[in-house]
Design a protein around this ligand. Structure first.
Ligand code: CP3
Length: 362
C-alpha cells in the first residue's frame, strides 16, 4: 500500500484515483481480485514483429538503440493499444536492457535473442555486474512519462527479467535450450550462484521500481526459463531472489504479475514469491492452476499462441473456454500462454480482444 497516509498531503499523482484512472481499470482491478466490467486482455509480445507498423519504425534501428529512444519506445508501446484495443500497454524494452545499462557487453541479435560477449563464469565476473541506479536508465523514466501521458485511463505494465532468467543469459552467453552451464554453476557453486542472483535481484527490483515510480500501473516479473527447474530447487535457488525483486515495489501500490513458461509445477512457489497475479502458460489449465494456487492470487493466461494460426471456430472455442475457466478464478487477466509469434496475423489478435470483451461483459 501507499505510504501516503493522512498526516501529509498526498502529492503522489499515481495514488489519486478517479473514475477514468488506470487504477480503476479492468486490468488493475482484476489483478487485485476486485470486480471488473469485463475480463481484461493483453498479449505478451504484443509490441513487436507481428505488427507492420512496428517493422516500419524499426527499419535500420538496432533493438537496443530502439529501447534507448524514449520517442520510439513510446510509439512502439502504443501501437498495439491503438490497433487491438487491448486493456493494457506493456513497455517496449527487453529483459536484458538493464544489464546493458550497467555495462554488460551484450547485443540483441535478430532471430537469436540476447547474446553476451563474455559469459559469466567465475567469481571475478561479479565485478562486471554493478548495482543499477535510476540514472543508468533515465531514458526509461522519460519513455514511461511519454507513454502514460498518451494512454489516459489505460494502464501501462512495466516489466523486468527475474534473476534466474537473467542469470541464464549471462552464464550461457545467449539463449539456451537446456541451461546446462547455468545449472552446473547453480548446483556446483551455490555461493557464487547466490551472489550473482543477489545482484540480479537488485537490478530487477530497481528496474521495476523505476517504471512504477514513473507511472506504470502494474509490473510483470518474467522468469521465462525457470520452468527448467524442479520445485524443490526453485525454492532453494530462485524464489528468495525473485522475492527480493518483487519486494522492491511492495510499497508502490502497483499489482505484480509473475510469469514463466512451463512452470505448472512451480505456480504455488511463484505466487508465494510475492505476486498478486500468477501467469499460467498453456500447458496448465486455469482450473488446475487455481487448484494449485488457492484463492489468494489472480491468474493470467493462457491461450496457446500457436492457436492464433488455427481456423476461427477452433480458436473461438479455445478462447471461450479460457474466459469461462477464468471467471471461476478470484481474478483473471486474459493473455497468451507465452508471447505472440512473429508471423501471427494481427487481425486475429484484434478479433480475440473483441471476443474476450463480448464474452465476459458483466
Ligand atoms: O510487447 C511486449 O511484450 C514488450 C516488449 C518485450 C520485448 N522483449 C521486445 C522484444 C518484452 C516484454 C520482452 C521480454 C523478453 N525478452 C523476455 C521475456 C518474455 C518472454 O518471451 O519470455 C525474454 C526471454 C527476452 C529475451 C529476448 N529478446 C528474446 C528471446 C528475443 C527474441 C529473439 C528473436 O529475434 O526471435 C528478444 C528480442 C526481442 N525483444 C524482440 C522484441 C520486439 C525482437 C527484436 C526485433 O524485433 O528485432
Amino acid at each position: 500500500m501507499s505510504r501516503c497516509l493522512a498526516v501529509f498531503p498526498c502529492e503522489d499523482l499515481r495514488v489519486k484515483s478517479s473514475p477514468n484512472s488506470p487504477r480503476d481499470s479492468a486490468l488493475v482491478r482484476a489483478a487485485r481480485r476486485q470486480s471488473v466490467p469485463h475480463t481484461p486482455v493483453w498479449f505478451m509480445r504484443q509490441a513487436g514483429r507481428s505488427l507492420p507498423e512496428y517493422r516500419k519504425v524499426r527499419e535500420g534501428v538496432g533493438m537496443l538503440d530502439a529501447c534507448r529512444s524514449p520517442e520510439l519506445v513510446a510509439e512502439i508501446t502504443l501501437q498495439p493499444v491503438r490497433r487491438h484495443g487491448v486493456d493494457a500497454a506493456i513497455l517496449f524494452s527487453d529483459i536484458v536492457l538493464p544489464l546493458a545499462a550497467v555495462g554488460v557487453d551484450l547485443d540483441i541479435v535478430p532471430g537469436v535473442g540476447p547474446v553476451v560477449a563474455q559469459p559469466f563464469r567465475a567469481h571475478a565476473d561479479l565485478d562486471r555486474i554493478p548495482e543499477l541506479t535510476p540514472e543508468h536508465v533515465s531514458f526509461i523514466t522519460e519513455a514511461v512519462g511519454l507513454v502514460v501521458a498518451e494512454l489516459g485511463a489505460t494502464p501501462l505494465i512495466g516489466f523486468a527479467g527475474a534473476p534466474f532468467t537473467l542469470a541464464s543469459y549471462l552464464i550461457e552467453g545467449g539463449p539456451s535450450k537446456n541451461h546446462e552451464r547455468t545449472k552446473a554453476l547453480m548446483y556446483g557453486d551455490p555461493e557464487l550462484w547466490h551472489a550473482l542472483c543477489a545482484r540480479l535481484a537488485q537490478i530487477s527490483g530497481l528496474f521495476l521500481g523505476v517504471q512504477a515510480r514513473a507511472g506504470a500501473s502494474a509490473v510483470q516479473l518474467f522468469d521465462s526459463w525457470v520452468g527448467a527447474l524442479p520445485r524443490r530447487d526453485y525454492d532453494t535457488f530462485v524464489q528468495p531472489h525473485s522475492r527480493v525483486a518483487l519486494l522492491a515495489v511492495a510499497d508502490l501500490d502497483v499489482p505484480t504479475i509473475h510469469f514463466g513458461v512451463g512452470t505448472g509445477e512451480l505456480l504455488a512457489s511463484m505466487g508465494a514469491a510475492g505476486a498478486d497475479v500468477v501467469g499460467v502458460d498453456y500447458r496448465t489449465s486455469l482450473t488446475d492452476a487455481r487448484a494449485r494456487l488457492g484463492d489468494r492470487y489472480a491468474v493470467q493466461g493462457n491461450l496457446d499462441p500457436a492457436l492464433l494460426f488455427a481456423p476461427w471456430p477452433a480458436l473461438e472455442k479455445a478462447v471461450l473456454s479460457i474466459v469461462a475457466e477464468g471467471a471461476q478464478a478470484p481474478g483473471h487477466i486474459f493473455n497468451l500462454g507465452h508471447g505472440v509469434l512473429p508471423d501471427t496475423d494481427p487481425a486475429v489478435l484484434t478479433r480475440v480482444v473483441e471476443l474476450v470483451h463480448e464474452a465476459s461483459a458483466r
